[in-house]
Design a protein around this ligand. Structure first.
Ligand code: ADP
Ligand code: MG
Length: 887
């Protein structure tokens, strides 16, 4: 019979595993908006979004409302890793009538306690932040805002339920003329425990309270806490897990003894988990086991056990001492003797076994709950291993080695991927409350400084409208015959006068130079559609920046290689040459290079006809089968390739290594080419917008640093705010500036971060993708040798977002000028137009395209603009230009 009782109290590992899974499901339910209200594990948001990092500094006041007391506390932090906080306490007894009187009287009393306490202290701080520990069930909506849902623990003051207790306390404090005291944070007692157990390099992100009741809190990913609106960062969640099992989740491990305890409690059916682990109940469980076994005559044979009927006669403290190895037997005897129960050796050892079983079960259940939390954190952070401190408070843990051992070992078995270091917390509710307050102020100060750094990058709608107007003005200058020479936006005629009609046919060669890769393509256009084959060739930096002859010789070598591979050596195919640099086009196959951009600087090319340079190289290489028909800018190619599928496509846009746009302009507006009939595609070369100083007011110090380190300082100023070659660099300079202001990396960035171009623009994409890509973010940080805390990586994301948003907005402002001009050109109230787009930044960045579309819509309410990503615009487009020309 004793064995049977012990077995019932022993939960096998597989069952604990199942319970852990149920706990995780319950947590998930509590976090989800749709299931939160019916969840047993409530998962309440606390609005505590960071743990201490040791730099917190200053005086902090704490007020704690306890059972029949008010406790005040002044904590002084020195910014020394929180190693030696100075503390002053005072406790005030509260008259009983206050607990049941008017709410106003309660808060006046608390404020008077604060006032008296401060009279005895010597803080001279101008602003004294206060943390209020208010251990009642609240609906918290901000760190300093929590509505009381209902009183408990003997309190029933009028006019408080449904009100914001932070506000009530602040008003009462004001009445005491303590205008420098400011209520900054409200909290439950659990979170304080977590805030006091961080150690060097390892934050404490979980707290367990193992007292009369049972609770746990931990730092959850904020986007998973759906009832709080924060979507980035982390937030401490108060699990309120004592109610776990109230829906029957624990029914397969609940014993008849637990049922008895539950029935005798003041709230039968509620807090089932707490009633199996809380110190209020462990003695009671043992008592019921003893009653049952005595009734079965398996214990205390022949004696009266009536004394065991009395609730609370066996204390949990006694149970814990009974299982203590050395003196356990003596304690057992003494305890039984005090109860007037018989003292034979066998009974004593059985009682001891029973106590051990009940305590072990509690420890195992705690372990299952903790394992659920740890695994949940590990999974939601997408980590292979979680290293974390767990702050522990409560009478069960302190000094009870058996309990601790079981808790540790079972947690390890149930969550092998997590390494949790359990640390006892000292005065979690008091000191912890001060830490919560201190962290809140640290974040507030940090936020202010971050905003200062990022403010110059944030553009208002008015700023963007101004950029749009300036772009429009520069466009007019670029088109005008007299003004053209001095315009920053060159508005180059392309001699492409119509977009494709879809009937183009034939076989063409195409070259694509001016992007990341140099490519050679063959394009077959048939009635069924377009087929292509292509090959990528590398252009070594030495050739990009060497002589023009070497560059064009290299290009011919690549063409020969391609033709050989494709078995095209004996064909003379019309060739379209996508050449994505600013050119003064004189005809479709004659174009003078105006300037190199994007890292090219080959000598003896500027001012030359690029088609001629290619033909000369072919002669040098004795390649006779080349028929260059058209030189095409990549923007034009992009527009043409999309135009093949959508006749409304009359704009081309590139946002890749560089940025540029083209569009169909009325010939009558093109002052630089003879004739007024029809339209011509204009290659804007808008990357140079601002080179005349007209955008100086929006350049930030970071933009200037990036520009200074390029091979063309002062040139392509608009491009340097927008395109892939530069965004990573802008971010890198901002990160360095933030580190310098102690806002990142503890003020010490890795030496690598000082290297030019080490921070790739594709990193922005990964970082901005948020939680989904945490693993990749860590890879980037490791790559850069950056020792970034979680808060650091959040801030890095904010920086990336600011930079990419600005890029998208400026691009939209430029485009707005174009579509508005087209609308006016055509005398329309409403313009519907398609933009063919190419470029990896546009295509792969997670927010760029959305931000671009949204901003454009805001800027041009009278235009309906559709974006069409081009597929291989430069290759297909160049062939189409050649085909249209041949047609
Ligand atoms: P190009 O403009 O040279 O023809 P792309 O359109 O492929 O070539 O653009 C290349 C640029 O895209 C590079 O400068 C790089 O910084 C950027 N880039 C590459 N991958 C990504 C990515 N995943 N997200 C954002 N930008 C990227
Ligand atoms: Mg390209």
């Amino acid at each position: 019979q004793v064995q049977r009782a012990l077995r019932a109290l022993t939960i096998p590992l597989e069952r604990l595993q199942v319970m852990k899974n149920h706990m995780m499901q319950a947590m998930h339910k509590g976090l989800s908006q749709s299931t939160h209200s019916e969840a047993t594990v409530r998962m309440l948001p606390t609005y505590i979004c960071a743990t201490p990092d040791g730099t917190e500094k200053g005086d902090f006041l704490v007020v704690e409302l306890c059972q029949s007391q008010v406790r005040t506390l002044l904590v002084t932090l020195l910014g020394d890793g929180n190693l030696s906080p100075q503390m002053m306490y005072k406790t005030f007894d509260m008259p009983e009538e206050i607990m049941t009187g008017e709410g106003e009287a309660l808060f006046d009393f608390i404020a008077q306690c604060v006032s008296q306490f401060l009279a005895d202290t010597s803080s001279t701080q101008e602003r004294l932040p206060l943390g209020f520990v208010f251990p009642f069930c609240c609906r918290q909506t901000q760190l300093d805002k929590a509505e009381l849902i209902s009183w408990s623990k003997g309190f029933s003051c009028s006019d408080v339920e449904g009100k914001d207790v932070g506000q009530l306390l602040q008003s009462a404090i004001k009445k005491q003329e303590l205008s420098h005291v400011e209520v900054v944070a409200l909290m439950n007692d659990t979170v304080g425990t977590m805030m006091t157990c961080s150690t060097e390099g390892r934050p404490c992100e979980v707290a367990l309270v193992m007292d009369k009741g049972s609770n746990c809190c931990f730092m959850a990913e904020a986007h998973l806490v759906e009832i709080a609106k924060e979507t980035s960062g982390r937030m401490c969640v108060n699990t309120e897990w004592g109610c776990f099992g109230d829906n029957g989740n624990l029914s397969d491990i609940v014993t008849p003894y637990d049922e008895c305890v539950d029935n005798e409690s003041s709230s039968p059916g509620e807090k089932r988990f707490e009633k199996m682990v809380g110190s209020l109940y462990l003695g009671e469980i043992v008592r019921h086991v003893l009653i049952t076994l005595a009734a079965e005559k398996a214990l205390f044979k022949g004696s009266s056990v009536a004394v065991l009927k009395e609730k609370g006669i066996l204390k949990t403290q006694q149970v814990l001492e009974i299982i203590n190895n050395e003196e356990g037997m003596a304690v057992t005897k003494r305890t039984l003797e005090a109860l007037g129960l018989p003292l034979n050796e066998r009974d004593c050892s059985r009682v001891q076994q029973i106590c051990l079983a009940v305590v072990s079960r509690a420890a195992s259940l705690y372990a299952a709950g903790l394992a659920a939390v740890l695994t949940y954190m590990c999974q939601s952070r997408d980590m292979d291993q979680l290293l974390v401190n767990v702050g522990v408070d409560g009478e069960l843990y302190q000094g009870h080695t058996r309990f601790e051992e079981i808790l540790h070992s079972v947690t390890r078995l149930l969550a092998p991927e997590c390494v949790a270091t359990l640390l006892p917390s000292t005065d979690g509710s008091g000191r912890g409350a001060a830490m919560v307050t201190a962290v809140a102020l640290r974040l507030e100060a940090q936020r202010r400084k971050v905003n200062e750094v990022l403010a110059p990058l944030r553009l208002s709608l008015a700023d963007l409208e101004q950029v749009q107007a300036l772009m429009r003005q520069e466009m007019e200058l670029g088109l005008g015959q007299e003004t053209h020479a001095n315009a920053s936006v060159r508005m180059l005629p392309t001699f492409v006068c119509s977009t494709p009609d879809g009937t183009e046919q034939g076989e063409f060669l195409a070259l694509d130079l001016g992007g990341t890769n140099f490519r050679v393509l063959v394009v077959h256009m048939t009635e069924e559609g377009i087929r292509m084959a292509s090959e990528i060739y590398v252009i070594p930096t030495a050739i990009m920046q060497g002589t023009g002859e070497a560059l064009f010789d290299h290009i011919i070598d690549c063409i020969v290689d391609f033709q050989t591979k494709q078995d095209l050596m004996n064909h003379v195919l019309p060739l379209g040459f996508t050449f994505s640099f600013p050119c003064q086009q004189v005809g479709l196959d004659k174009a003078l290079l105006l300037t190199w951009t994007k890292g090219f600087s080959a000598s003896n090319c500027v001012g030359q006809d690029v088609v001629q340079l290619l033909r000369e190289a072919a002669q040098r290489k004795h390649h006779t089968g080349l028929n260059v028909v058209a030189l095409v800018n990549d923007t034009v190619g992009t527009m043409m390739s999309c135009g093949y599928d959508d006749p409304k496509c009359e704009i081309g846009l590139i946002v890749g290594t560089g940025t540029n746009a083209c569009y169909m302009e009325e010939m009558r507006n093109v002052g630089t080419v003879e004739g007024d009939e029809g339209r011509m595609c204009i290659n804007m070369e808008w990357g140079a917008f601002g080179d005349n100083g007209c955008l100086d007011h929006i350049f930030t110090s970071f933009d200037k640093m990036v520009d200074d380190q390029t091979i063309n300082p002062g040139k392509q100023r608009f491009e340097k705010l927008i395109s892939g070659m530069y965004l990573g660099e802008i971010v890198r300079h901002i990160l360095l500036a933030m580190a310098e202001r102690q806002l990142l990396f503890h003020g010490k960035p890795s030496p690598k971060l000082y290297c030019k171009d080490i921070f790739k623009t594709k990193f922005l994409s990964t970082i901005e993708l948020n939680g989904l890509a945490l693993r990749q973010i860590r890879a980037i940080l490791e790559d850069l040798d950056l020792n970034a805390s979680y808060e650091d990586s959040e801030l890095m994301r904010e920086v990336c977002e600011a930079v990419s948003l600005r890029a998208a907005q400026l691009c939209a402002a430029g485009l707005a000028a174009v579509v508005e001009k087209m609308r006016e050109n055509r005398g329309l109230d409403q313009l519907t137009v398609t933009v063919g787009v190419d470029g990896t930044l546009y295509k792969l960045h997670p927010n760029f395209s959305h931000n671009l579309h949204k901003t454009l819509q805001d800027l041009t309410p009278n235009c309906t603009v559709t974006f069409m990503p081009s597929e291989d615009g430069s290759g297909k487009g160049a062939a189409l230009v050649a085909a249209v020309a041949c047609r």
